[in-house]
Design a protein around this ligand. Structure first.
Ligand SMILES: NC(=O)c1ccc[n+]([C@@H]2O[C@H](COP(=O)([O-])OP(=O)(O)OC[C@H]3O[C@@H](n4cnc5c(N)ncnc54)[C@H](OP(=O)(O)O)[C@@H]3O)[C@@H](O)[C@H]2O)c1
Length: 301
């Protein structure tokens, strides 16, 4: 690591660089977009609700001349929307330096995405899996490009049930479904990093997690929302592992960054370890295959 108390002041100039941050109307995504825009990147606020996206973009613009933020519609729970977003982006931009796969839902009641996927795996993993594929050619043709996937310490409890990926045969456990979606983010990071590396592509793929950060993520849990008051760090701290993963020069593909404090709940960013199961290459490949099958999107690296 470069230094003990790395913070957003350490983000280097991002002039001429283009970044997409999914789910950046609020929370960690908003803060990530704000910092990158203030460091002169062109930032795409990719959101499912354009009204909220415009409010966020105006907040970022307020008081800062020359920040370049654009709002674009992206609903990760709808593969047609993911496809349309990527097509629209590619019409307007010829490079992509940073893809920050940040958007997420946690502990909602059972529902399915437009394509029939369980909502948390569908949004947190499968939507980003499809989005990344649509944008990969552009990322690979952009020098020093990176993909950052947001996971969670909750990945430690993830254990994907491939026989019932969308919880159609079991009683729904919303917590377990979130944990599974977050270990899926790690499998995807490691597997894509392996595949890019094997094919001599230089785009880095990195994972990060924000510890416990007080955001709207806890909206479906009154208890966690209340506990935010005691344990949640603010989003300026919560965004640091993602920002470090996105911009620092000592970051390597398949690295994982999180807060350095007790149980990785809070603190300045450091390199962290995901659990043993997340390193299982057979499971990662299986998830990859099934993700290609259900999204009907082939990577063909
Ligand atoms: N906060 C934490 O303590 C914590 C801990 C571990 C991991 N994380 C991870 O950090 C990431 C960011 O979470 P956060 O804490 O910043 O949560 P947040 O404040 O709830 O923000 C989540 C963002 O994702 C967006 N989103 C949800 N479903 C979407 C969809 N279908 N299509 C497009 N965007 C969608 C939300 O949009 P709307 O505003 O329209 O709902 C919002 O912009 C997530 O991946 C989460 O799993 C957070």
């Amino acid at each position: 690591m470069k230094q003990q108390k790395w913070n957003s002041d350490n983000v280097p100039d991002q002039k001429d660089r283009v970044a997409i941050v999914t789910g950046s109307n609020t929370g960690i995504g908003y803060e990530t977009a704000r910092v990158l825009a203030n460091k002169k990147a062109t930032v795409i606020i990719a959101v499912r609700n354009l009204e909220k996206g415009n409010v966020a973009a105006n907040q970022i613009r307020a008081g800062h001349e020359n920040v370049d933020v654009k709002v674009m519609a992206l609903d990760l729970a709808n593969l047609e929307s993911v496809n349309d977003f990527a097509a629209d982006f590619k019409i307007n931009y010829t490079r992509l330096d940073l893809l920050i796969n940040n958007a997420g839902v946690m502990f909602p009641p059972y529902s399915k995405t437009a394509d029939g996927f369980e909502i948390q795996l569908g949004t947190n993993h499968l939507g980003h899996f499809a989005l990344t594929r649509h944008l990969l050619d552009l990322l690979m043709s952009t020098e020093d490009s990176r993909i950052v996937n947001l996971s969670s310490t909750a990945q430690k409890w993830g254990n994907i049930n491939f026989k019932d990926l969308h919880w159609e045969k079991r009683k729904y456990k919303t917590r377990q479904a979130y944990y599974d979606s977050k270990i899926a983010n790690i499998y995807f990071t490691y597997e894509l990093a392996r595949k890019l590396n094997e094919n001599n592509h230089r785009t880095l793929v990195v994972a990060s997690h924000p510890g416990w950060t007080s955001t709207e993520l806890q909206r479906h849990s009154g208890f966690l929302n209340f506990m935010n008051n005691f344990f949640g760090q603010d989003m300026t701290m919560g965004a640091l592992p993602t920002l470090y993963a996105a911009v620092e020069s000592d970051v390597k593909s398949a690295d994982y960054y999180g807060p350095s404090g007790f149980m990785e709940f809070r603190g300045y960013p450091k390199k962290v370890e995901s659990n043993e199961l997340s390193h299982n290459e057979e499971i990662a490949q299986r998830l990859w295959d099934i993700s290609e099958e259900v999204t009907k999107i082939k990577y063909d690296l």
